[in-house]
Design a binder for this molecule. Structure first.
Ligand code: DX5
Ligand code: ZN
Length: 220
């Protein structure tokens, strides 16, 4: 099996001590910074925008993995690239012309991902999967950190692995929402490559050690 990546979600960081939390992740075994952008339209919450993202980018020494929970993301793709995005993931449910949006992300030189809400079946990606670098499977309803993991996620990961097999074997599968040490091994076994973790990391007694523990999960 290939090594998995850990992407702590900055949504759960302490925004009054953002530099401290960025430095914690810099010095940890985390692979990416997961950046959650919410517009109050696609999801019933507003997180943060470009100024905060740029502040994170200024200190981050690892790639920014940007999860756009926004309507009509095409309008802002270049600005997200300018704010430091390395991976840009848009929601299937927010994109009428998904193929065009994915092409635009790649033209900017970013990795392109598509996120699926819990009710959206993976087979809807059949005709775009060859163009994707990553698929993000939401394992909670997007909008908030700290929610309960949805068990159906495991079968979605397996379905997606079957769908991508032989067509796009390099596809990364990212899982986002309610990830912890109690489900990490099962998710990796089902075929996940990237685990996002927000509250489980930042609410733990020692976030650096928690990241290390998530990174060390071994399935063989
Ligand atoms: C939810 C966000 C997640 C969130 C995960 O809409 O996309 O990235 O920060 O938080 P936890 O790990 O606490 O579920
Ligand atoms: Zn996210």
């Amino acid at each position: 099996t290939r090594p998995h990546l850990i992407a702590p979600s900055m949504l759960a960081a302490d925004f009054a001590h953002i530099q401290r939390d960025v430095n914690m992740i810099n010095a940890s075994q985390a692979d990416w910074f997961h950046i959650d952008i919410m517009d109050g339209l696609f999801v019933p919450n507003i997180s943060f925008g470009f100024p905060v993202m740029k502040a994170i980018h200024q200190y981050a020494n690892k790639p920014l993995d940007v999860h756009l929970m926004i309507e009509n993301p095409d309008r802002y793709l270049a600005e997200f690239k300018g704010a430091g995005a390395r991976v840009v993931t848009v929601h299937y449910e927010a994109c009428t012309h998904l193929h065009r949006t994915i092409a635009a992300i790649k033209e900017l030189g970013c990795l392109a991902g598509v996120a699926l809400n819990p009710h959206t079946p993976v087979h809807l990606l059949k005709d775009i999967i060859v163009d994707l670098d990553m698929v993000l499977i939401m394992s909670v309803n997007p909008g908030f950190g700290g929610q309960t993991f949805i068990e159906n996620t495991y079968s979605k990961i397996r379905d997606l692995r079957m769908l991508s097999k032989g067509v796009n074997d390099d596809l990364l599968i990212e899982i986002d929402g309610g990830v912890s040490l109690s489900n990490a091994a099962g998710l990796l076994e089902a075929g996940a490559d990237v685990l996002v973790a927000g509250s489980f990391v930042f609410n733990s007694a020692d976030p650096t050690e928690t990241i290390q523990a998530l990174k060390a999960v071994d399935i063989n």
